[in-house]
Design a protein around this ligand. Structure first.
Ligand SMILES: *Cc1c(COP(=O)(O)O)cnc(C)c1O
Length: 381
């Protein structure tokens, strides 16, 4: 039997082919600093696609979350509720302002923040809830927003993985008061490093622009609304240069095609892995009614009796780069030092040790996917 020894990487950044043309156009226009024509095009696209009040490109999703920490005026001791099963930036953005991350458990089905545990985590110090849309599958936003409104809390969506995904028809990132996107090369739509803050609360829109432009009203000056620009409040330089925005523009134009191709690969894995789920050796992702995901990730949760490291090794020996995911924040040195736990984190502890992510990128062939499924089947049965 002929064996294809070509490595199947976990991720391969996709280029639409138009990136370099857009970068040349930005260069020829002699507009290289931020907030130029490509940045404005990206802002308009994000605003139209999501329906948010204002979109602002940032140099990462981390930066967008840090802007959220500033906009929420997080003070030392303020508490922010978030899942422990997430990327470190979800917590760090608030810790930078002296905030305390309060970790709650995740739902067994979607691995998203369990909305049923929120009320028990709220104290007089609580300021905000930060739902993370894991794998581009929406959190239960109606319930989360209702709880937040009832307790006077703000909601910041970590939609790093959620570009082009929806919840009951609404675009992820446009549902809470603020939303953060990532365009890191491991995400669906990319610019190397990159991100965006979506501002949905109208009263935060003007301040967001000021925080973004080093704490000045420079954007208003450029629009001719004031005759000089000055220091207004605490801010920083959160905007990317035009070359990054030009690259991103080439990707945004193809965002739907990218999503459709990823969804086709996701569906192919999902169908091919159904027999293994029926055998009880693993379980596949669950997409709740009303959630339109974006195929950011295809993961499986191995049955408790199966040794995850052994499965990853077999895949690797066969040229397939599959990977596990987050070490829960509450169990990390930083999480112990800066955060606290609400309730038990049994689901987080259990599921994070069983999860593996399979290769998924635009250009992955069905032949390659069948090889992944075939080797995975051998490894778990
Ligand atoms: C990728 C990711 C981030 C960070 O994104 P950057 O653009 O790399 O800063 C934050 N949160 C989640 C859930 C992510 O997946």
């Amino acid at each position: 039997m002929a064996v294809d020894r070509d490595m199947i990487p976990f991720n391969r950044p996709y280029m639409t082919g138009k990136e370099l043309f857009c970068i040349v156009e930005a260069k020829l226009g002699n507009m290289l600093a931020g907030d130029g024509p490509f940045t404005k095009r990206c802002h308009r696209w994000l605003e139209e696609q999501s329906g948010c009040q204002k979109a602002l490109l940032t140099h990462s999703c981390t930066a967008a979350l840090e802007m959220a920490g500033l906009l929420l005026n997080i003070q030392p001791g303020d508490e922010v509720i978030l899942p422990s099963y997430t990327f470190v930036s979800t917590a760090n953005a608030f810790v930078l302002r002296g905030g305390v991350p309060v970790f709650v458990d995740i739902r067994p089905d979607t691995l998203n923040l369990d909305e049923r545990l929120l009320e028990a985590a709220i104290t007089p110090q609580t300021r905000a809830i930060v739902p993370v849309h894991y794998a581009g599958v929406a959190c239960e936003m109606d319930t989360i927003l209702a709880i937040a409104r009832r307790h006077g809390l703000l909601v910041v969506e970590d939609a790093a993985q959620g570009v082009m995904a929806r919840y009951k028809g609404r675009v992820l990132g446009s549902i809470g008061d603020l939303g953060a996107f990532s365009f890191h090369e491991t995400k669906n739509v990319i610019s190397g490093e990159g991100g965006a803050l979506l501002v949905n609360a109208p009263d935060l829109a003007m301040r967001a622009e000021i925080v973004w432009e080093k704490g000045t009203d420079r954007s208003r000056f450029f629009r001719g609304e004031v005759d000089k620009y000055t220091w207004q409040e605490v801010g920083s330089s959160f905007l990317p240069g035009e070359l990054i925005a030009a690259f991103l523009w080439a990707q945004l134009e193809e965002a739907q095609a990218i999503t459709d191709q990823r969804l086709a690969s996701w569906d192919h894995y999902h169908a091919a892995l159904a027999p293994l789920e029926a055998k009880g050796v693993l379980r596949r992702p669950v997409i709740p009614e009303g959630c339109q995901h974006n195929a950011h990730m295809y993961y499986v949760l191995l049955a408790p009796a199966i040794d995850r490291q052994a499965v990853l090794s077999v895949l690797k020996q066969n040229g397939i780069n599959a990977v596990f995911h987050y070490v829960p924040l509450h169990a990390s040195p930083g999480g112990r030092r800066y955060g606290r736990v609400s309730g038990t984190l049994d689901v987080t502890n259990r599921q994070s040790e069983r999860l593996i992510r399979l290769p998924l990128w635009v250009g992955l062939t069905e032949v390659q996917q069948e090889r992944v499924v075939e080797v995975l089947t051998r490894a778990v049965t």
